[in-house]
Each structure stands twice: as C-alpha cells, then as structure tokens.
Design a protein around this ligand. Sequence first.
Ligand SMILES: NC(=O)c1ccc[n+]([C@@H]2O[C@H](COP(=O)([O-])OP(=O)(O)OC[C@H]3O[C@@H](n4cnc5c(N)ncnc54)[C@H](O)[C@@H]3O)[C@@H](O)[C@H]2O)c1
Length: 348
Amino acid sequence: MRQLKALVTGSGGLVGSACVDLLARQGWNVVGVDNDMRQAFFGSQGSTARAIKTMCQDHPQYEHHTIDIRDRGAIRDLVRSVRPAFIIHTAAQPSHDKAASIPYDDFDINAVGTLNLLVAARDYCPDSPFCFTSTNKVYGDRPNDLTLTELPTRYDYADGLTGISESMPIDQTLHSLFGVSKVAADVLCQEFGRYFSMPVGIFRCGCITGPQHAAVELHGYLAYIVRCAVRGVEYTIYGYKGKQVRDQIHSDDVASLFYEFFKAPRGGEVYNLGGGRQNSISILETIEALDQMGFNLKRRPEQPNRKGDHICYISDLSKVNSHFPAWRLEHNVTRILTDLARTQYDAV
Ligand SMILES: NC(=O)c1ccc[n+]([C@@H]2O[C@H](COP(=O)([O-])OP(=O)(O)OC[C@H]3O[C@@H](n4cnc5c(N)ncnc54)[C@H](O)[C@@H]3O)[C@@H](O)[C@H]2O)c1
C-alpha cells in the first residue's frame, strides 16, 4: 500500500508536534514546515528548534522544511511536489499581546500565510482534508458580555450556560490585532470550504497545553504558571482577582480530533474546541492545585487585566461531540498538571 503523506505547518510547535507524533505512529509520512519563528517572537525560551531536532531523530518518516509560510512560491512548490492527503495548518503568530507590537508580521503570517496554504491546496490537492487551528479570540471580548456570577475561586456563567457555542457572533467587538488576523484566516478557511467545496475544518481553540509547550509569559499560560511554581519564579496575575477561567485541552486530544476530521471531513465547518466544563480551571484553582502538589507559587502584586482578556471562557463541545462521536478527551486537568509539573521538575 502506498504510504500516505501529510503536511503539518508549525510542526515544531505545541499542536504541530503532537500532530506529527500521532500521524507518524499511524504510519504516515509527514512533511513538516517550521522556521522557528517562535524564537523570533518570544526569544530563546520560546524556541522550537529542539522539538524539531527531536522529531527528526525520533521519526525517520518525518521530513523537515524550514520554510516561512509567507513565502508563497515555496509553499506552492512544496504542496505541488508533496500533494499531501491531509493538511494540518498550525503555524502562526499565536499571542494576543504580542500582535500589537508586530502588526505586519502578525497579519502576514496568520492571514496571508493561511491564504497561501489554502490556494496551494485548492490548486494541487483540493480533496485532501485540511484542519485549521483557529482561536476563541475570533469572538473578541463578546464572551465578557455574558452575565457572570462571582464564586469564591472563579467566575462562572450566571444562567447555567454549559459553555460557548459556535453561534456566538464574531463582529462588532474588541478582538486585539491577533484576533483580527485569525478572524481573517478563519473566514478564509470557511470560504474555501463553501465556495470551492474543499474539506476544510476550522477549530476555534481555547487554551491548549502539553509538556512540549515552549511556554512564555505571553503565550502558554498553564505551562508557564507550572514552570514558575516548580522553578520558584515569581508569577503575575493580570486582573480579575485570579478568578478568570479557561477550559484546558491537551495537544494530543487536539491531534486526535484532527485525525477524526480526516476520517469524516466536512467543508467549511466551524467547531469550538477546548477541554469543556470538565477541564475548566481558574488561576486561583491552578495555584491551589499546584500547592497541593507541593509547589508553592511566588506571586508578584496583581496587575490590571490584559485588554480584551476573557473573564470566563468554557467551550461548548456539543457540536464536536455530535460530528465526531468516536472522539474522547483523554487528558483531564489533574493529569495535565501532573505531566506539566513532572516535565518541569525533570528539566531543573
Ligand atoms: N496554544 C494555545 O493555547 C492556542 C489556543 C488557541 C489557538 N491556538 C492556535 O493553534 C495554533 C498552534 O498553536 P501552538 O500553541 O502550537 O503555537 P506554537 O507557537 O507552539 O507553534 C506554532 C509554530 O509555528 C511556527 N511558525 C510561526 N510562524 C511561522 C512562519 N511564518 N512560517 C513557518 N512556521 C512558523 C513557530 O516557529 C512555531 O513552532 C496557532 O494557530 C494558534 O493560534 C493555540
């Protein structure tokens, strides 16, 4: 049987590397694209060079390309020569806060880079399932308009809402420049699904995490807070008394959902993706959980909240669960935190 080939962009990053691992274990040949732009965004602590080196060593069927996704010609040449049966596009400038200082790079990478991939896919492999990692920041700060109730350790939805569904409007709200560049890419992906009938899935993720995260203060909150607790680094809470809530999903669970999409793709479909209510946790609850594990977090005085930051974001997973009934979340918050702490502890 001819071996299937997949193309994964951002292959050295948190989500991309989990996808490469899963596909390689399933026997795929994987072509990865990553130029370690994360190091340029966040400095050496954010570098994905080591992850890429490990991947090349661990997976003989992995082929790496240090291409910038903004390089339209190089992306077209690669897609034309590989003709992948599956594309997972994760390469991005991923930080809400960073985008304001690098608006051209942010838009060129997130929006135009995605367009480069979509057009190449349309021209050379239009029937190949294409997964795009979008973000819940496409909803801007509209989730903050929901009526909330303040509990001792977290905020929650006042009216018993389980989570936020795909029906939430995305315009006329504050997005950050990152949110805007991702909206552009999100809508482009929807359009290629609808207008060109391509099997493109758009996954609006919340907080993705995993031990391989090259976490920094501006991106990768859970892995970053665990690193601070384990290594004795002071941590700053930005606003909302530390009661802001996120639903955490492990990168392996994201990768396994993408694989389900490959098996049953739909064109231009949008999904909210996170750990759902069962994996939701506030910063105060995270600090408490770390304390119980024996890691006491040193805290600096609280600072004002980041502009447009969500107060309580929990994904409604109903649509994902109904379209992909075989998919299950394999990592709960306790397991995620334990794995993160072990990785940090081993690295000290
Ligand atoms: N991690 C999260 O919590 C989260 C939440 C919501 C959405 N997302 C989205 O998921 C995707 C993956 O996120 P992640 O956490 O794995 O990010 P990451 O930063 O760990 O990985 C992205 C990778 O893309 C590479 N890259 C960046 N610009 C590039 C370019 N111009 N050309 C080639 N490679 C480039 C980086 O070097 C990095 O290795 C992103 O699109 C992000 O917006 C992530």
